[in-house]
Design a protein around this ligand. Sequence first.
Ligand SMILES: Cc1ncc(COP(=O)(O)O)c(C=O)c1O
Length: 437
Amino acid sequence: MKRVNDLESYWMPFTANRDFKKEPRLVYSAEGMYYKSVEGKDILDATAGLWCVNAGHNRKRITQAITEQASLLDYAPSFQFGHPKAFELATRIAEIFPEGMNHVFFTNSGSEAVDTTLKIALAYHRARGKGTKTRLIGRERGYHGVGFGGISVGGMPRNRQYFGSLLSGIDHMPHTFDHERNAFSKGQPEHGAELADRLEDIIALHDASTIAAVIVEPMAGSTGVLPPPKGYLKKLRSICSKHDILLIFDEVITGFGRLGTATASDYFGVIPDIISCAKGITNGVIPMGGAVVKDEIYETMLEEADNPIELFHGYTYSGHPIAAAAGLATLDIYKEEELFKRASELAPYMESAAHDLKDANHVIDIRNIGLVAAVELAPRKDAVGERGYELMKRVWDKGVMVRFTQDTMAVTPPLIAEKKHIDQMFDAARQALKEIN
Ligand SMILES: Cc1ncc(COP(=O)(O)O)c(C=O)c1O
């Protein structure tokens, strides 16, 4: 029998479907800092959607740009043909990304962006006659999306354990989370730069001649917000340079203003060789991602290619006209409203609001950087994640959407947030923490 508009047919991603469908949380519309639930209740967006709606919801400039684009040029093939806005957007991204990274390969998501960076790294070494450099090094607790490349270099056990043997030739560095030494750090933690030296051990084991690239999130987001220890990224950079290994920063959540600068590379003053980005590129309105590469990589690929097509890779929707139009309008908003600067100005306020929860029930750590804050709760005995899940639902009942990874709550509001919104987010969390055991 055909069912009409019940919740069964849609298999939701990264969701406990049975539980959700018993007690759904459905939003119907959105404006500025707020969603409206299907029941008509205002819900403050403390997560910028999924770390993507950096300019706030329903920005007329973006919706108008995509409407106009849809009626002007709905689709253009991306292989062997093009359209002007994809080129324009690539130029505009290159303008705000680090110096010397002037080439953008468009994808449709962060996962595709990550897999693209890994494939470019392999193809680049091969093009320059170093085809033995094929190993990829990730990090424990890394999240790089859900493609086979991304989960292979990623370090979240549940994202890996159900999916077979993954890519071969992968190794992982240790994560940088150190509760004992760094709990309740504000900004970058003091301890842990020496963990970058573990990369030297991995290189000694495999030999640099077999390693293509190292990929890390400059700030690990999805595993519970882990800002890098002071000095850690600089060490990674210098070890990679010393051994002719490419350094890839996965900036899918940090790109486009999350830390108060266009990129985390900029924020930390460490320039990788390739950056993956997505999310904030279009304000989340239309799917899009990208791999941004250093000039040297692009030029080598073009010069050394053994075929007129230098990279056998691409997507039907790479640089889609509507996504490109959304991206251009989004970058206009970021620039005109100086939203990255605004985020950096609001960051200290959010830092102190977050750390004020230090004495609340169950809280064992608080971490923050840029416009990102995380509150970690002690897990219940034999039920990791249960307390966090319950808290997320309680906070939702109080009219605020937050995101939980196991028992860590992440607060990552749109960059247009005001102090009153920050207060509302943490007040709701404080109240909810009083109510759960
Ligand atoms: C660092 C990082 N990389 C990759 C991804 C995957 O992006 P998408 O969900 O668009 O595929 C995410 C998503 O949260 C992410 O945080």
